[in-house]
Design a binder for this molecule. Structure first.
Ligand code: CP
Length: 293
């Protein structure tokens, strides 16, 4: 079994992962279900949260991590990504967690690799474990997932927006996209509102989900960053456009004082560090499902 896209999972699968993640979170010591398993993290793009929370999750379940680092590997001598994965698989490993710049690469690699692959993010396409940790965090906070969520910022270049939107829609969530026209799609199946007005987007929501401008995926920035900051930054003033009960979320990494202000990132309305913590336990639940059985 693999986890390549959030749409690989049913609503019941997702609820099972959320409940298991919250069980793992309560345990002092988790069961050692990955004892004797070797899991390779092969990240061809930078990561702090996803890679290291997978390391923490694997080790917490008694498994061993082999961390492939592309910049000091035979990739530098011209070896391809698929030859790299086949070489690592031949070392009798049990699963891969991957991240890659190219959309759809993990799905292609499945034509060659037999061990399970967990997608830690492919280009602008999918980031299923981010969606799972976000849904876990929302469920933990609100006790339900039929929430109104405004996703604000660079949605067009965001794999997080895809996976999270698809996950929320499965639970009857109402999703809104907000940003300058250069950063939002013209249409998106199931999204109730696509707007360039922050005030309209935040009206009546439960969650304000801010996104970073994905500069690494954009050749020439199509917007003026000062204008973006003026119109779309989530700060103490703009968060007031949302109801008092609304919380701030962000997948990280965030750019302080661009999409979110300094004084709000760790405020009491922010669930950002709770998202990071739940990342460990959601990934434990995914590893149990994909590798542990
Ligand atoms: N949210 C996320 O994927 O963060 P990293 O790039 O640090 O893994």
């Amino acid at each position: 079994m693999d986890l390549l896209s959030i749409t690989d999972l049913s609503r019941d699968d997702i609820m099972g992962i959320i409940n298991r993640a919250l069980e793992f979170k309560k345990m002092k010591k988790q069961p050692q279900i990955l004892d004797g398993k070797f899991i390779v993290t092969a990240f061809f793009e930078p990561s702090t949260r996803t890679k290291l929370s997978f390391h923490r999750a694997i080790k917490g379940l008694g498994g061993k991590v082999i961390d492939f680092i592309a910049s000091v590997s035979a990739i530098q001598k011209g070896e391809t990504d698929i030859d790299t994965l086949l070489t690592l698989e031949a070392m009798d490993i049990d699963a891969f967690v991957v991240r890659v710049r190219r959309n759809g690469a993990p799905m292609e690699w499945k034509n060659y690799v037999k061990v399970p692959i967990i997608n830690g993010g492919d280009g602008t396409n999918q980031h299923p474990t981010q969606a799972l940790l976000d849904l876990t965090t929302m469920y933990e906070h609100f006790g339900r997932l039929d929430l109104k969520v405004a996703i604000v910022g660079d949605i067009l270049h965001s794999r997080v927006a895809n996976s999270l939107t698809q996950g929320l829609l499965m639970f009857g969530g109402k999703v809104r996209f907000c940003g300058p026209k250069e950063f939002v799609p013209a249409r998106y199946d199931g999204v109730e509102l696509i707007t360039d007005s922050l005030e309209e987007a935040l009206d009546g929501v439960d969650v304000v989900y801010a996104l970073r401008v994905q500069k690494e995926r954009i050749e020439k920035l199509p917007i003026n960053i000062d204008e973006f900051f003026r119109r779309y930054q989530i700060n103490h003033k703009t968060i007031k456009m949302a109801p008092e009960h609304a919380v701030l979320m962000h997948p990280g990494p965030f750019n302080r004082n661009i999409e979110v202000s300094d004084n709000i990132v760790y405020s009491e309305r922010s669930l950002i560090l709770q998202q990071v913590k739940n990342g460990v336990y959601s990934r434990m639940a995914v590893l149990e499902r994909v590798v542990g059985s």
